[in-house]
Design a binder for this molecule. Sequence first.
Ligand code: NJP
Length: 241
Amino acid sequence: ADKVVAITGASSGIGEATALLLAERGARLALRARRSERLADLVDRIEKAGGTAVHTRTDVTRREDLHSLVALARERFGRLDVLVGNAGAGPISPLDDLRVDEWDEMVDVNIKGVLHGIAAALPVFREQRSGHFVTTSSTAAFRVVPSMAVYAGTKVAVRAICEGLRQEAGAFFRVTTVFPGFVHTDFAEASTNTAVRERIAGMRDEIAIPPDAIARAIAFAIEQPAEVDVNEIAVRPTAQD
Ligand code: NJP
């Protein structure tokens, strides 16, 4: 359909794959992340294939950036139908490493980044009497694995926030939380602990599924009829524990 969809974390991985798939299916897109040159290239590819997309640099830890995202999407396309809150940070490490700045980063991007999106889009969805929040959590929200304590904590928080949002949504807007398992993206390189990074990268090369698998799950939720709200979707590699 011709929905207006804003995607955070659109510059690589799951966000990029979702942008390409939704553009192919007719959505008009507002793409956001910090790496503008990658976004510009993505917009180019989408337009060359006949799609419609705009981009602006956004840091989801800055509340005002999310407000401008929502405002610009409405200015450009007249409304906002879906906010895909997908930006995430995963510099994972054992707690005992005390990489406290990285804990802060994960809390700021993964939790506050999602909250900033909700704060910006909720009044618009209420006014339109329609809208859809799609947020990327993680299967780490279901089971903590070694070195993932803080990361998993942020993704548990995302799940709780989105479930609370769903309960408050009434008949106005929809809430979908996506829980990816191991996906083949740059995410595996984010850890600054060499042993952890090598272990994760090794697992990635062995079992990870392509980001398009998550894009298809997001498209499935978005394309349901208005009265159907797909709330939680977990998508793991078949070989994942
Ligand atoms: O990873 P990656 P994924 N402001 O690194 C953006 C979750 N997940 O696609 O700003 C704005 O390719 C960053 O853009 P840039 C994961 O937790 C993954 O795998 O340009 N954007 C990039 O576009 C995350 O929520 C796996 O650097 C910021 C994007 O986030 C989501 O999937 C498993 C930002 C990250 O893309 C997408 O991650 C799982 C900021 N401050 C959950 N900081 C997996 N890959 O295995 C980062 O369970 N970004």
